[in-house]
Design a protein around this ligand. Sequence first.
Ligand code: PMV
Length: 354
Amino acid sequence: GNDWVLMKTARAPSNIAVIKYWGKRDEKLILPINSSISVTLDYLFATTTVAVGPSFTSDRLWLNGKEVSMESERYKNCLQQIRSRATDVTDEKTGLVVKKEDWKDLHVHVASRNNFPTAAGLASSAAGFACLVYALAHLMGAKETYEGEFSAIARLGSGSACRSLYGGFVKWNMGKEDSGRDSIATQIVEKDHWKDLVIIIAVVSSRQKETSSTAGMQTSVKTSPLLHHRAEVVVPKRIEQMEQAILKQDFATFAKLTCADSNQFHATCLDTSPPIFYMNDTSRRLIGLVEKWNAHEGTPQAAYTFDAGPNAVLFAPNNEVAKSLLQRILYLFPPAADADISKYVIGDQSIMEL
Ligand code: PMV
């Protein structure tokens, strides 16, 4: 008949870079000027439902319940790449068959939702595009022709999205080829490799950032001498050291590199003309807290990192230290008298609002 709808739903996590990506060498293909490393944030995720049916007359997209244009090249590129890899699909429930050649004439409806603030520097685009690519591939029966191909497609949506296709600790290799074929993410190790590591996400503000990462990177590449030094000299060494620190579960090195790289990223923002400020006073007070504590103990107890926004992602080597970190944060930012403290309970990943 002509009245069917085929649907698939997927979930993809966000990620936080501990060695940052900042700056593109190719704007269209989203190829970075340096490699980067991230930790997957399982508790922050996007859930996306994709649907096709003969009655749909255009491709449409809803983000957190609001319809937005699907005209941007980023969406179109991801969709086109998956569409071109579509295969014959048989729906298990209904027995409906969509032939390979039919996909090009079918329009998609996409509905995506984040369980965390959008565009406040918590990589909402990363989870969103990874989820979109994964859900579309599932719907259309698209298969990777080489390992990492879907991450290269997610990269066309948002650079950091390529790292959200894998769990645990992930490296995005900048790659060498002009085609972007080798600019893909690979898993360094699974999450279980470093079971004791605790992640605390401190939501400082859920306000949208003023400078998008796309616009920020463009001006940084054009105007910041520090950025080029960073990409050519500093990051290549850090990538190797960070990979080793993760493999060895060496928290002291992990913490030093993570903080240093966050600070250098924000320094390049300040080195950009006009300068970009992503952190606020609360962010800086959190940095002060961690730095003073680490200096006092003589060895890193905790680490912090900030993306293109004021929210902090904090790391502790184990639950005991994480509890102590939490106490210090709550001392500095006392919760309201009627606040529900139980939501601050430490698991391997916690989210708190300051
Ligand atoms: O992928 P984008 O355009 O959202 O850029 C991400 C940039 C940072 O979050 C600041 C760093 C990173 O590596 O994720």
